[in-house]
Design a protein around this ligand. Structure first.
Ligand code: HEC
Length: 321
């Protein structure tokens, strides 16, 4: 037999090395060819473990097949231990192997510094600025003057939307040249308001509801652009990159989150992000960005309006009310 040249022991060691090399380098290299991706797809650790275990089981059967094969497998080991391949290599192996095993045991048994999960306070108040406590969302209650201005805007041909939405609005208008711009927001209250506008008989309360719809529409768009990657389409904290964060983005539909705090608190959290969190809230660093750097105050309030609406929650009412 060919493998007799390396002996049973040698062929066991060789097989292990070859199988490991196939899993570690060949499969990823072939996967790169097949998928055409610019990077190889590595084999997951658990799969490597299973493949190696199967290989070891097969080799075990190969070695224990008969008494002769066991003896053949053991022979080089015995000769090595007797020092027939040299005293120095034997002594070196006899020192290094126990040291490696000892290190491995120490590494797994040594106590690790890990903070218990309960230490994190989700809504810390130690450095929450008092003046935010009674803040109200300036967009939630349109004044009569704002409603009047909105009716004006709606009847003019000029779309009055946040700049981020204008390219989409222009594309929509070129596809629907006969419709008023507000019809792009296809909800029942907006439709009712547009009907009233056409008949020249506008009810202020309906106009107010339509204005709120428009603000929600803008807020949702800003939410999708800025918050969705982490907090998810439906505010469930399950956006596409949520799994990549150790401290998960908050699920706003959970009753213990934005519903238990006043609006001013949510505004403060959105504005200052993970940066402003005091020590009691940071056993892990928060990936929540500091939005006051990238969004105007009005944009932040628009998003908060949409955020509560998406999560179907209302903020806590400040104590003074
Ligand atoms: C990079 C991911 C990421 C993005 C993008 C992101 N967040 Fe967060 N957010 C987090 C994480 C992680 C937490 C939890 C840790 C914390 O409280 O800071 C969080 C927490 C929050 C909280 C605190 C909720 C509570 O009950 O304490 C609010 C409010 C919030 N985010 C709003 C937003 C808004 C609004 C946007 C978009 C303008 C946004 N987030 C974008 C990651 C993100």
């Amino acid at each position: 037999m060919k493998n007799l040249k390396v002996g049973r022991f040698g062929s066991v060691v060789l097989t292990l090395l070859i199988v490991y090399a196939i899993i570690k380098w060949l499969i990823p290299a072939v996967s790169r060819q097949i998928t055409g991706l610019p990077f190889p797809l590595t084999v997951p650790g658990t799969l490597v473990f299973i493949y190696m275990l199967l290989t070891i089981v097969a080799l075990f059967m190969y070695v224990t097949f008969s008494d002769e094969s066991i003896a053949e497998f053991k022979a080089p080991v015995t000769r090595f231990l007797r020092g027939e391949y040299g005293i120095l290599p034997r002594n070196a192996v006899l020192v290094i192997v126990p040291l490696l095993v000892g290190w491995q045991v120490y590494d797994t048994m040594a106590p690790q510094l890990e903070l218990p999960a309960s230490l994190r306070i989700q809504h810390p108040s130690s450095n929450f600025p008092g003046e935010f406590e009674t803040l109200e969302n300036p967009l939630a209650n349109p004044s009569p003057a704002e409603v009047a201005a909105f009716i004006q805007q709606a009847s003019s041909g000029q779309p009055a939307l946040i700049p981020q939405l204008m390219p989409d609005m222009e594309a929509w208008l070129s596809e629907n040249p006969d419709l008023p711009w507000l019809a792009a927001i296809a909800t029942a209250p907006v439709k009712r308001f547009l009907d009233e506008l056409e008949s020249g008989n506008v009810d202020n309360a309906n106009a107010r509801t339509a204005l709120l719809e428009k603000r929600l529409f803008e807020g949702r768009a800003l939410y999708a652009m800025n918050c969705r990657p982490c907090h998810g389409d439906s505010a469930g904290g399950d956006g596409p990159i949520a799994d990549g964060l150790k401290l998960r983005p908050i699920d706003f539909t959970d009753i213990g989150t934005i519903e238990t705090v006043v609006e001013g608190y949510t505004f403060w959290r959105v504005s200052t992000g993970g940066q402003a969190l005091p020590l009691e809230a940071t056993p892990w660093d928060s990936g929540m960005p500091e939005w006051q750097l990238n969004l105007t105050e009005k944009e932040r309030w628009m998003i908060i309006l949409a955020e509560y609406d998406l999560a179907e929650k209302t903020p806590r009412i400040p104590e003074s009310h």
